[in-house]
Design a protein around this ligand. Structure first.
Ligand SMILES: Nc1nc2c(ncn2[C@@H]2O[C@H](COP(=O)(O)OP(=O)(O)O)[C@@H](O)[C@H]2O)c(=O)[nH]1
Ligand SMILES: [Mg+2]
Length: 281
């Protein structure tokens, strides 16, 4: 869809992980951007999805729904030229919500015939009293400047909540785990649907480098073999890609060690989710 891509592009920083697979974002994360005229605190959430009744699915839907009532502006993103049942599900949640909603119609870079866009914008504009409907490309950056300007007019006057050098509420330890999870999702494609998570066992700033030991948790032995790959090739590739991204983020040399461990049932147990840092309240 492009919610996390949008956040990263607005911040000019790779903060939230992205992939082709739906439900990549599991945790709510704040992205903070301070400009002369004000401070934006973006909340990236998992999408709202129907189906899937594991504890992890319930957790993600809760995270997405609860935020609706806590923000000054809602950015509701759909993909251009498609209005899905899940979009309708989100729209239904917005009934009786007073908060202004801006509809972002994403991926306009992918529309071959631009004549199709206007009728689509017309059609979706009628679905709700949107504050504005803006066609964007989260990836390429089309219209994001315009979006930022419009958002500034909607923000209430407040003293800034954060220092102007802060960019997120999450720790580097958390962000590192997320980067590793992104590489796992991207490397494994459809071979491993959702049943992995990453736990940081050690995160230590040493004099010349930052030492990170991470545990990749999977549900079955078969999944463990898939993650490790032939002669460890896959795990190695995941590790190298993750290390490079973490180094870019923290601007330090990183030593990254990865292990894979089977912990069956983690994704369907509220207790395991909690112990893994998923705030299930
Ligand atoms: N072509 C194109 N692809 C995009 C755009 N925005 C996001 N994507 C891709 O769509 C996929 C999902 O993006 P992501 O930000 O993870 O979506 P999320 O699940 O809504 O957070 C990724 O592969 C992105 O690279 C866009 O504006 N144009
Ligand atoms: Mg996302």
């Amino acid at each position: 869809m492009g919610k996390s891509t949008l956040l990263n592009n607005m911040l000019g920083l790779k903060l939230s992980i992205t992939s082709r697979k739906p439900q990549t974002t599991r945790h709510q994360i704040l992205g903070i951007k301070t400009v002369e005229e004000g401070q934006f605190v973006f909340v990236d959430t998992p999408g709202i999805h129907s189906g899937g009744n594991r504890a992890i699915n319930r957790y993600m839907n809760r995270a997405a729904s609860s935020v609706i009532h806590d923000v000054d502006v809602i950015l509701f993103m759909v993909q251009s030229l498609k209005w899905t049942d899940e979009d309708q599900l989100v729209l239904n949640k917005l009934e009786n919500v007073e908060t202004p909603v801006i509809l972002l119609v994403n991926k306009v870079d992918q529309i071959a015939d631009k004549n199709q866009l206007l009728p689509y914008l017309d059609e979706v504009s009628k679905k709700y009293q949107f504050e504005n409907v803006i066609p964007v490309s989260a990836k390429r950056g089309d219209n994001l400047q315009q979006l930022e300007q419009h958002l500034l007019t909607l923000l209430p006057e407040n003293p800034p909540f954060f220092q102007d050098n802060e960019f997120t509420d999450r720790s580097l330890r958390f962000l590192s785990a997320e980067i590793i999870r992104e590489k796992l999702i991207r490397e494994l494609g459809n071979e491993l649907p959702y049943q992995t998570t990453v736990e940081i066992e050690q995160y230590k700033d040493e004099e010349k480098l930052t030492r990170i030991h991470a545990l990749i948790l999977v549900e079955t032995k078969g999944q463990k073999m898939i993650v490790i790959g032939d002669k460890g090739a896959r795990l190695k590739s995941i590790g190298t890609k993750a290390r490079k991204d973490i180094e870019k983020l923290i601007d330090r040399q990183v030593f990254l060690k990865l292990w894979v461990k089977v912990k069956s049932g983690w994704s369907d147990s509220e207790a395991s989710l909690r112990s893994l840092g998923y705030d299930t309240e």
